[in-house]
Design a protein around this ligand. Structure first.
Ligand SMILES: NC(=O)c1ccc[n+]([C@@H]2O[C@H](COP(=O)([O-])OP(=O)(O)OC[C@H]3O[C@@H](n4cnc5c(N)ncnc54)[C@H](O)[C@@H]3O)[C@@H](O)[C@H]2O)c1
Ligand SMILES: CC(C)[C@H](C(=O)O)[C@@H](O)C(=O)O
Ligand SMILES: [Mg+2]
Length: 367
């Protein structure tokens, strides 16, 4: 088995180094090969997703990805910006199903942005469609407006679109995940305004007919954003489009204590996957050794479970994360009085030690 390791930019290199350390200590029969991506690849090879990196990702059984981006690339033409690398990987590998589990560990209820009682026991799964929507819809560009409020003015446009098969397959993923959890799916849309999301709602309802044992509710995205901070435990599986999923998952991250706690898995139809934390390259803290590596380490656990058929190894990592938290170790983003502030590397070392020692699992990512 082969894992492509793509650290990327900013804190990407720091957090992936810790996840690689954890993977190595498991002593499993896979090899890891590292390649540049994002701004690092642009600097080295003139393109954020060089052909050799893409070829490695395609040939690998799974990809472990850090993060890409830096403000210094904002003036580059769009196709050369670091973010195009992750969008290109998602498109080229057909990674349409993005799982972003938001779990509030018992030790972190006080680190959450919400009151502890609202998040104690929180365990929701956001399933974000990842290869469609306004992110990938064509046409897009700039032109002279022929109508609207300012005809003749320069304007920019993107296209929001979803086809029936795209909605059907992500709906199946959501209902099947719900069956492994609490049998409830909330489909988030903006059907009151957008044709694309009226269609989304209709198709999700049709697919639901095949899952009578799963409860389906529809919710507008603005209300969903509110309910997430009002009563997040009412959700089980949330399924939504690419852009709404991007926004809602960052919001959900803060219920768990920090975006540094939110892992993700992006899968294609063949169960090949790319695993990455849900956050970005955090240029504001890059190079300081203070980033939280746990989202990346938990993403590596998801990789072992979903793509590499190593559920026991995944459980060992999840248990180790729980263990370091109960030991009171915290990176700066989740630190509070009475806990011990540690660096990125110290946190990685502690997870390695806990994996080696072996601990009992109490919390696992389901679905
Ligand atoms: N998949 C990806 O590679 C990905 C995802 C999101 C953003 N980005 C890119 O990252 C760059 C920065 O974007 P941004 O600042 O909007 O989002 P970001 O997620 O990088 O950072 C947002 C905030 O969260 C903090 N943060 C993020 N990860 C953290 C961690 N592991 N530990 C502690 N704190 C953490 C940062 O310090 C920052 O204050 C941009 O170029 C953006 O396009 C890339
Ligand atoms: C970097 C960017 C393209 C990406 C997205 O918008 O999907 C990021 O925000 C994410 O959540 O993975
Ligand atoms: Mg995002």
């Amino acid at each position: 088995m082969k894992i492509a390791i793509l650290p990327g930019d900013g804190i990407g290199t720091e957090i992936v180094a810790e996840a690689v350390k954890v993977l190595k200590v498991l002593d499993l029969p896979f090899e890891m090969e590292t390649a540049p991506v994002g701004g690092a690849a642009y600097e080295a090879a003139g393109h954020p997703l060089p052909e050799s990196t893409l070829a490695l990702a395609k040939a690998a059984d799974a990809v472990l990805f850090g993060a890409v981006g830096d403000w210094k690339y904002d003036t580059l033409e769009r196709r050369l910006r670091p973010e195009q690398a992750i969008l290109g990987l998602r498109r080229e590998l057909g990674l349409f199903a993005n799982f972003r589990p938001a779990i509030c560990y018992p030790e972190l209820t006080h680190a959450s942005s919400l009151k502890p009682e609202l998040v104690a026991g929180l365990d929701i799964l956001i399933i974000r469609e990842l290869t469609g929507d306004i992110y990938f819809g064509q046409p897009r560009g700039r032109r002279t407006a022929v109508d609207g409020h300012f005809p003749g003015a320069e304007e920019a446009f993107d296209t929001m679109r979803y086809s029936r098969p795209e909605i059907e397959r992500i709906a199946h993923v959501a209902f099947q995940a719900a069956r492994k959890r609490n049998r409830k799916v909330t489909s988030v849309d903006k059907a009151n305004v957008l044709e694309t999301f009226q269609f989304w709602k209709d198709v999700v309802s049709e697919v639901h007919a095949q899952y009578p044992d799963v409860e389906l509710e529809h919710m507008y995205v603005d209300n969903a954003a509110m309910q997430l901070v009002k009563a997040p435990k009412k959700f089980d599986v949330v399924v939504t489009g690419n852009m709404f999923g991007d926004i809602l998952s960052d919001e959900a991250a803060m219920l768990t204590g920090s975006i540094g706690m939110l892992p993700s898995a992006s899968l294609n139809a063949a169960n090949q996957g790319l695993y990455e934390p849900s956050h970005g390259s955090a240029p504001d803290i890059a190079g300081q050794g203070i980033a939280n590596p746990l989202a990346t380490i938990l993403s590596a656990a998801m990789m072992l479970k979903f793509s590499l058929n190593q559920p026991e190894a995944a459980a060992r990592i999840e248990a180790a994360v729980q263990s370091v938290l109960s030991q009171g170790l915290r990176t700066a983003d989740i630190h509070s009085e009475g806990t011990r502030k540690v660096s990125t590397r110290e946190m990685g070392d502690a997870v390695v030690a806990a994996v080696t020692a072996g601990t009992t699992m109490t919390k696992t990512i389901k679905g």
